[in-house]
Write a protein that binds this ligand. Sequence first.
Ligand code: HEM
Length: 356
Amino acid sequence: MADTFSIFFFLLCAAVLSFILFFKSSKKRCSPYKFPPGPKPWPLIGNLNILNMKFPQRTMCKLAEQYGPVFTFHMARKKYIVLTGYDAVKEALVTQANDFGERGLTSVFHKSKGKGIMFGVGESWKTMRRFTLSTLRDFGMGRSTIEDRIIDEAQQTLDIFAQYKGRPFNPTIHVNSAASNIICVLVFGQRFQYDDPHFLRLQQLVSESTRLAVSPMVQIQRFGDLLPNNLLHETKVDTTFRGYHIPKGTPVIPLLSSVLYDKTQWQTPHKFNPGHFLDAEGRFVKRDAFMPFSAGQRKCIGETLAKMELFLFFTSFLQRFKFQPPPGVQPQDLDLSPCPGVTSSPTPYELCAISH
Ligand code: HEM
């Protein structure tokens, strides 16, 4: 009796399995879509077994060597299209800007319900983006009026640096406070003191939520929550890209780090080399492959402000101080690898600011 039951149970399982496989393969044959190649997915986990959870972009760059610049990666059961290298990223975000211009919403950001700018979608995003850009410009973004405020803020930071009297310190919180104050001045018309407890708490909450957004703990809740070096995009409509037919609503990862390190675009991709931006006469050359602010419809709206801040902060800092590693640490011992996270911030470090 037990034997008959086992045989019956085995045959039933085999029949169900064959039905599922048949159903899946016929669905595949009927599907009008054709996804790019990619690593073979496992049931339930997809390709997560091969993903470097701390630095997903490293896995993606390796896979690009095997499958080419456009490939499919399964985060659990969901298919993601990964775009790597300058040509593929530019073609999708600029040439086919409308098709690839929707924001992909991971579960962490689902709470925003597609509202706002960064995680906004559809018509509401369009209106918000237009309104924010024109309002920030009216308030001074990209104009010389904001230059003076940035220089004032840099002076406040320099005064804090001077208080360490050349002793080693971690400048991160002070630099973050300075950058936060610029956007506060622009939007609220006022800055905060660097030791204001509310200001410090707010900054702590922002950096914690940024860190948590990509932490394995949050991803164990839902595996698809990875944002490697750019915000997630999504196809707005059914689209054809390089011979592949991709359905509307497919998450897309345009991997900016693969553009910034693209060996077809940069002579020495893994070296700090200002020569990348100079012509034979030593004049500045704009490079299209320099896209840390992304490209196309969802391109960062704060680019002009961020560039102005970077220039004015760095020049003010270097005019007043010489920066060097703490005593006993050699420049070659410095760890330049980034902290894992949505943004590539440096691993905690200390430096000494020595007055000129
Ligand atoms: C060095 C500094 C910065 C870098 C490297 C940076 C980079 C980026 C990147 C890569 C994106 C995603 C673009 C995409 O989805 O394709 C983005 C989006 C965005 N950034 Fe920035 N950003 C910086 C500073 C700022 C500042 C100062 C502001 C505010 C004024 C800002 C506001 C935004 C907004 C609102 C979006 C969303 C745009 C949209 O979805 O339409 N960013 N940024």
